[in-house]
Write a protein that binds this ligand. Structure first.
Ligand SMILES: O=C(O)c1ccccc1N[C@@H]1O[C@H](COP(=O)(O)O)[C@@H](O)[C@H]1O
Length: 220
């Protein structure tokens, strides 16, 4: 079963709607330059209103490790998504510090697929999961751009758990799943009516499209 992560949540209405419709994870963006940035205190308030089954993920870009752990603790996150230029050494250091938090925190390393990408890179990262997103010269993520899914399909054998991201939409996600067979699909900008605000119909259409490809559409 493919799990669904809805990213860039900035308000409680969108969070509860995403959970009700069937999201398996919610992403909060702590990159200050993102139009979807959320204060840790507000993320914590939203996180505590979510059902337990929904994974709370924090998205970070080149953040100081101590600050990542501060936010993990303040917002009570269960997973960290590193979406910048974090090195294998950074990931290893983050993992060592993870024992300080007293509970397991999933480490997701995002890699951007562009001309310089090679699946061999993946082996260097000690991460629980790898997220593949499209590379862009303009921004680290949330661009709505997609990439050649065949690269993700080939990379899958190097990965314990794969998140497929990058410009997924209600119209494209079915084909993406059929081609790549990822463990997760991750979506952000295509479901927005404005940056940081989700469109309810698009949310529903996305979840329905994922469930359809699995042949088990359910009423939402
Ligand atoms: O959404 C952002 O603003 C963002 C900023 C910096 C790093 C990552 C960001 N979002 C992540 O980008 C991917 C793909 O998003 P999209 O569906 O193409 O809009 C997703 O993993 C978001 O978590």
């Amino acid at each position: 079963m493919v799990r669904i992560k809805i990213c860039g949540i900035t308000n409680i209405d969108d969070a509860l709607a995403a959970a009700r419709i069937g999201a398996d994870a919610i992403g909060f963006n702590f990159y200050p330059k993102s139009p979807r940035y959320i204060e840790p205190e507000e993320a914590q308030r939203i996180a505590q209103a979510l059902p337990d089954r929904v994974l709370r993920v924090g998205v970070f870009v080149n953040e100081d490790i101590a600050r990542v752990w501060e936010i993990v603790s303040e917002a009570r996150l269960q997973a960290v998504q590193l979406h910048g230029d974090e090195t294998p050494e950074y990931c290893a250091a983050l993992r060592v510090n993870s024992s300080d938090s007293g509970r397991p925190v999933k480490l997701i390393k995002a890699l951007r697929v562009g001309d310089g990408f090679h699946p061999d890179q993946i082996a260097h990262y000690r991460a629980d999961a790898i997220l593949l997103d499209a590379a862009s010269p303009e921004a680290y993520g949330g661009t709505g751009r997609s990439f050649d899914w065949d690269v993700a399909r080939r990379a899958k054998r190097f990965v314990r758990e794969l998140f497929l991201a990058g410009g997924l939409t209600p119209a494209s996600v079915g084909r993406a799943i059929a081609q790549v067979q990822p463990d997760w699909v991750d979506v952000c900008s295509s479901l927005e009516s404005a940056p940081g605000k989700k469109d309810r119909q698009a949310l529903e259409a996305f979840v329905r499209a994922v469930r359809m490809v699995e042949g088990r559409e359910r009423l939402i």
